[in-house]
Design a protein around this ligand. Sequence first.
Ligand code: GLU
Length: 556
Amino acid sequence: MITNKQLADLIFPEITETIDDLEKRYPERNLPEGAEVTRFAPSPTGFLHTGSLFTSLVCHKVASQSKGVFYVRLEDTDTKREIAGSGEELLKQMHIFGIDPDEGYLGDHEEGKYGPYIQSKRADIYKTVIKQLLVDGKAYPCFCTSEDLEELRKEQESKKLNPGYYGEFAKCRNLTNEEKYERIKNGDKFVIRFRSSGNHENKITVTDLIKGTFDIAQNDQDIVIYKSDGLPTYHFAHACDDHFMRTTTVIRGEEWVASLPIHVELFEALGWKAPNYAHLPVIMKVDEETGNKRKLSKRKDKEAAVSFFIEDGYLPKSLIMYLMTIANSNFEEWILANKFEGMENFEFSFKKMNNEGALFDMGKLNFFARELLAKLNKDEISALAYEYAKLYNPELKAAIEYNPAYFTAIMNIDREKANPRKDYEKFGHILDFIGFFYEERYQNIIKEPLPFNEKFSKEALIEALSAIKEKLHVNQDEQIWFNELKEIGVSLGYAANNKDYKANPEAYKGNIGDLAEILRITLTGRKNAPNLCAVMYVLGLEETHRRIDEVISSLK
Ligand code: GLU
């Protein structure tokens, strides 16, 4: 007669350690009361998704505010889907967003006493636990082929039964140890399944830190815990790793709620205390075509990948701040009251998290982005723009390198004051606002017809521009500059203010605003541009005159 132990030794002859040995190697963490241990557990299957950045942000916040530990575990057991190098890339991108783990898989190395933190390096740990489950009769080898499973699926479908490997359909459950032993000795391919003792008709009560307490059907599936490639499945690795890494709070996407009964049963079978769970709502958007809400899609939505925000030149902090507004409904008010500073002092709470899928709101992100860029001084914004440009924007890089001081002067327009301009939300579109300062772009702009008000004849435009060229000085003092412009206007027959003009429009050529617009269009090609006095100051008198001459000759 073959015992469970003999069978387990046949399957895992190399495993000599026990679960007790593992418990000793990975003792309870010695942390202050209330400290939470959280983990971010990405699979190296591609770029960092905005939803994953959101998860890692919450994990990081919960650990840091409780003086706990935030670690990263690389979940690479799905070898078919793995993309080489993507694990390292994920960590680099998290770092850009200021999310650095305290321990775990750090991209190019690992740190911490609870490792290895890469699942494919933990095979012996999983095998040790599975070996014990085999000995206890809570797991068994299953030899069913994919054809067997397909047949089973068809049979269940025709009988309108729940699909899956459970109860009477779990054929390999009932094999004798002798049969199993023989087949393994024969070299038959097998997986290992967990022997569920649940019943789908029964409900269990589970608690989620966001969703609260609710009932859900018990698991009755004999799920695969060990694949024929020698690696565990997600469910089993989750139980093992979060137990031995001493995670207190599992924070993960909502798509895992449905598997909770499996996880609860696994923890029970192993005699381990399950961690707390928080299942985060998915990030959605309104589909442009259908008008319906749907999950952010890797294929369709540029904002689904955090690389988009990096390459477009958003300040990483603006996305993080925006994501925090999704995480906690009271955050927006808090950060406005705190003038967009000291985000680390905000007290995050699962209770303040919206349970419904949150809508990704580009408009709100842009609001944060503009506020944060407006708070930088001229040197800070210039340095960050250059860092960005070097990596992602050759045209901006060339513009900055052409004359760094000139670029900083442009960045300084209407900055460093109580109410700075908030034109820019990202470095990627800065040149759309300030491109006119640069010759090549300016030439392209004035190639097109300029948007002068049609009420002015060419002669009137030339007269106005000639007078400005002759009399207007460059000045840093906006008031003095404006008074000068006004005097010029009055001498030409423009009203000094809008009130006079409105009262008697026939008496004037236009008002002072019209004159300023003529100059603005001449220097920038646009009706809307930053502070004209400052634009002229930065361009300098010589360049101002050159542009006036150029426009005058194009009018002739
Ligand atoms: N590797 C899993 C995923 O990427 C992790 C889920 C979890 O956090 O437990 O979805």
